[in-house]
Design a protein around this ligand. Structure first.
Ligand code: NAD
Length: 334
């Protein structure tokens, strides 16, 4: 299987995962602005070609296209790859809007394409253990869920990502960066659908300096959303990309028989799981996140991975992302 990557920011992580899959041969690495970085990655991970034209990936010889470009390009790049019969792995959020995500889902169905949205936290053993415990009834009937994803990669005023601060390019701010992971986790952990009841968010920096000039801070840097599961229990989602000194993904699930909470370090993927349930505890060393491509590529050898988030999971998370944006009570600048 030949693979092509579009986007060399977080795309580097995809290359690192892909090179651990023996059936994958890297064909091309596509960039827009930094050829030197693309060449360095191509050398390090053994890609045959470096290009500044996304068509070399979407229309080239690869069977699999990885879309790790900024969010406003996902729909274009993924749709073109699908129309050329490729399998597609797309970064989160799947698109800028629910309408775009819906169109991508339809195209994937039409072409019978294998797809995945990079909701990699589904592949963490701490969260899989938590999910199993809930589904086996060890926590009893769910009564509430509280999810937090806090980071500080944009706590300072300068930004290496001007596109992240512009709604038309990023779709949203911290809710698109990290909230969409939590929307996916909520659905996947509990097996429930959710409705958004209300949202508050704020933007820390009204403008930011970037290498290409000053950019207005028009997307949220922090946010909190209140949701309700179809079965009735409430859930909270709290996100921040400006929380100085804190980098953590926390999931707490409570039922009428017990409570459990997991803490994952997004940098090292080390994790812990604690609970009120006997035997439901654990600690995971750095590097514990399972390579998502192992499960995505498993159907090729006939053993489908059950946790793979395909484009329909991307669409479901996108609906919640759009609902959160629509339910904003009153954006507050600081
Ligand atoms: N799953 C995760 O945990 C995770 C983490 C970080 C980023 N992401 C996602 O990855 C995507 C990229 O984010 P990033 O942080 O890497 O951003 P980035 O700005 O660092 O990288 C974007 C890359 O896209 C390339 N690019 C831009 N326009 C292009 C074009 N027209 N054709 C080809 N390439 C183009 C740029 O050259 C750059 O290499 C976003 O969707 C983001 O949400 C996901």
């Amino acid at each position: 299987m030949r693979a092509a990557l579009i986007g060399t920011g977080f795309g580097e992580q995809h290359l690192s995962w892909l090179t651990k899959c023996p059936q994958v041969e890297l064909d091309s690495v596509v960039y827009a602005t930094n050829r030197e970085r693309a060449e360095r990655l191509a050398r390090r991970f053994g890609a045959a070609k470096v290009s500044d034209d996304a068509a070399d990936a979407t229309d080239g010889p690869s069977d699999l296209v990885i879309v790790a470009s900024p969010v406003f390009l996902h729909a274009e790049h993924a749709a073109r790859a699908l129309s050329n019969g490729k399998s597609v792995v797309c970064e989160k959020p799947l698109a800028l809007t629910t309408a775009q995500a819906q169109a991508l889902c339809s195209a994937a169905r039409e072409h019978d394409a294998a797809t995945m949205v990079m909701f990699q936290w589904r592949f963490h053993p701490a969260l899989q253990t938590l999910r199993d415990a809930l589904r086996e009834g060890r926590l009893g009937r769910p009564v509430c869920a509280d999810l937090q994803f806090h980071h500080d990669f944009l706590a300072g005023e300068p930004t290496p990502f001007p596109w992240r601060h512009t709604p038309g390019q990023a779709g949203a701010g911290a809710f698109a960066d990290m909230g969409v992971h939590l929307f996916d986790l909520l659905r996947w952990l509990t097996g429930e659908e959710f409705h958004v009841a209300g949202t508050l968010s704020s933007t820390l920096w009204a403008s930011r300096r970037s290498a290409s000039g000053t950019v207005a801070g028009n997307t949220e840097d922090t946010g909190a959303a209140l949701l309700r599961a179809d079965s009735g229990f409430p859930a909270t989602v709290s996100v921040s990309r400006v929380t100085g000194g804190r980098r953590s993904l926390r999931v707490s699930l409570s039922g009428d028989a017990g409570s459990a909470w997991a803490d994952v370090c997004p940098e090292t993927t080390a994790a812990s799981l604690a609970s009120s349930v006997p035997g439901l505890q654990g600690a995971w060393a750095p590097g514990s996140l399972r390579n998502p491509y192992l499960d995505f590529l498993a159907p090729v050898s006939g053993t489908a991975g059950s946790h793979v988030p395909d484009f329909s999971a991307g669409l479901a998370a996108q609906r919640l992302l759009d609902a959160v944006r629509m339910s904003e009570v009153a954006p507050v600048g600081q």
